[in-house]
Design a protein around this ligand. Structure first.
Ligand code: ATP
Ligand code: BTN
Length: 312
């Protein structure tokens, strides 16, 4: 896919073919092939005699609306990027605390443990929030606190059956809606951790998209402007992060349990070399998962190379 071409068209305004060829140093036959390729990857283009433009399947990110609604967060909005988490990691020195990077499309979106995160154009909320934390604050429960911020935002916007799957997934009506990816840098000379909180949420994806697990999207419950979702989400992140910085996960535990997808359900834990079955018993203030094993013991599991699944 020609990312430079996609970036140029991402403003959804008409561009003449001659202007595109000039800007990108392409001949017109190559331009036609590249446009064809964009169309084949699900990007709707309207090609007219002199010009073409991208026809968004959803409204675009609205910088003016968002920046006005979120005066305490510096926003960086990119039409096309490799990964918003990577952008923030690469710009930690310049970014103010609570800055947020948003994008329409990621060419290399990533999930936990290096898995691929699919980000169709203008079909998702793609967001990375930069936050610093004093070094004495334990961060092991951070992704669970972030889950609460997402669940609160969606519930306030009237979405039904919002659930959280330990440690980093957001579910809607029984399917995966999105995920959280936390990455950080620890400078020994700094008094704080520099943390990037990445969130991906499906809003409206092209129907031809299939993944290795069933997926949910917000548009299945109501038609909603992505900008409203982003605004509410960042407001909730601001408030949950302030609370977490002062008191950790403890004040959020009861609420997490209300959203817990598998609370008191039979589950299996996929560890590196073995699989364990039991009944899920919620989480601890350190963000560990509690499992009542088949022998009746309650064991705690820290977030790491471990996955939780329902028991069929
Ligand atoms: P776990 O976190 O329990 O190990 P997981 O399957 O949720 O399991 P993650 O690493 O959290 O895995 O997320 C990456 C996975 O998310 C991918 O392997 C893919 O199945 C799924 N995925 C990728 N893009 C999307 C998307 N847009 N919407 C929903 N799911 C997606
Ligand atoms: C997961 O389920 O494993 C987490 C997915 C996190 C995806 C988001 S999209 C914004 C940010 N940028 C990335 O490359 N990943 C996160």
């Amino acid at each position: 896919m020609n990312i430079a071409l996609l970036t140029l068209l991402a403003d959804a305004k008409p561009h003449t073919y001659s202007q595109i060829c000039q800007t990108l140093a392409l001949d017109s036959a190559t331009l036609m092939t590249e446009l064809e390729q964009l169309q084949q990857s699900g990007i709707q283009l309207i090609k007219e005699e002199q010009h073409c433009y991208w026809l968004p399947t959803a409204e675009l990110l609205d910088r003016d609306f968002l920046q006005q609604a979120l005066p305490h967060n510096h926003l960086i909005i990119k039409p096309v990027i490799d990964s918003t988490n990577q952008y923030v990691l690469d710009h930690l020195r310049e970014l103010a605390n609570n800055s947020v990077c948003l994008a329409e499309y990621q060419t290399a979106g990533r999930g936990r443990r290096g898995r691929k995160w699919l980000s169709p154009f203008a079909g998702q909320v793609i967001l990375s929030f930069y936050r610093t934390f004093a070094k004495d604050i334990p961060l092991s429960g951070l992704s669970l606190a972030i889950g609460i911020a997402v669940a609160r935002a969606l519930t306030l916007l009237n979405f039904q059956q919002v659930q959280l799957k330990w440690p980093n997934d957001i579910w809607l009506a029984g399917k995966k809606l999105g995920g959280i990816l936390i990455e950080m840098k620890q400078h020994s000379d700094l008094s704080h951790y520099q943390v990037v909180i990445g969130i991906g949420l499906n809003v409206a994806l092209p129907t031809e998209i299939t993944l290795d697990q069933p997926i949910a999207m917000l548009s299945q419950q109501q038609k909603i402007d992505r900008n409203l979702v982003i605004k509410e989400l960042i407001l909730q992140l601001n408030s949950v992060l302030d609370l977490f910085s002062e008191q950790g996960l403890t004040p959020l535990l009861a609420e997490w349990q209300q959203y817990d997808l598998f609370y008191q359900q039979p589950v299996k834990l996929l560890l590196e070399k073995q699989q364990l079955s039991g009944i899920e018993q919620g989480i601890t203030a350190q963000g560990e998962l509690l499992l009542q094993t088949e022998q009746g013991e309650i064991k705690a599991f820290a977030i790491g190379e471990i996955s939780l699944r329902g028991k069929e």
